[in-house]
Design a protein around this ligand. Structure first.
Ligand SMILES: *[C@@H]1O[C@H](CO)[C@@H](O)[C@H](O)[C@H]1NC(C)=O
Length: 183
């Protein structure tokens, strides 16, 4: 079951919708990928965990879609500090708890424009409890420097629209990335 909602963050036209990147990021990422980083930080007296994992499923999908046409692509790097997203609610399991999502938002927005590194074909998850998870997916051949605050803002926008459906995705057409919210 899918519901397309226009949230306040949607500035772009629907014609910019990406190919169906939505779905379950954990499944799309695939099994067996190396854990690249696994760290914690503390904010507002709560501990947050950040895990970046390699995604064999993303690599496979891109090779099937033959999207990589040049090795030059591999050298491209983007700074991701704003977005025009389409929010798609999906039943990804149990309802994310809004209070947990708000904790994540507060902690990530506190970082402001500080960035983390999201290599090609990776999934980076932010958790404070099992009640709400924000996952930043980079299923592209590009390298991204991502503002923590951007993940927080889009994550909360998705959570607000979608928590009662069991989660959702904020999809960005170009460059290719998304934030998935689930429990
Ligand atoms: C990250 O580290 C914690 C604590 O050592 C561990 O419990 C957890 O399984 C690790 N996560 C991954 C994905 O490796």
């Amino acid at each position: 079951m899918q519901f397309k909602l226009l949230s306040a963050v949607v500035l772009g036209a629907l014609v910019t919708l990406p190919a169906a990147v939505s779905g379950n990021a954990r499944v799309a990422c695939g099994d067996g990928g190396e854990v690249i980083t696994n760290t914690t930080f503390t904010a507002n007296n709560k501990e947050f965990r950040v895990v970046t994992k390699a995604c064999p499923g993303f690599v496979e999908r891109r090779s099937l879609e033959k999207r990589v046409t040049s090795n030059n692509l591999l050298k491209r790097q983007y700074s991701i500090c704003s977005y025009e997203a389409t929010v798609v609610c999906e039943d990804l399991g149990a309802e994310p708890l809004l209070s947990g999502c708000e904790d994540l938002y507060d902690a990530l927005v506190d970082y402001g424009s500080e960035e983390f590194y999201a290599p090609s074909d990776t999934l980076t998850t932010f958790t404070t409890s099992e009640d709400c998870i924000f996952a930043f997916a980079n299923p592209s051949a590009y390298y991204y420097d991502v503002c923590y605050a951007t993940v927080g803002e889009l994550g909360l926008a998705v959570a607000d629209d979608c928590f009662e459906y069991g989660g959702g995705v904020g999809e960005i057409a170009s460059p290719d990335w998304y934030v998935e919210v689930y429990n």
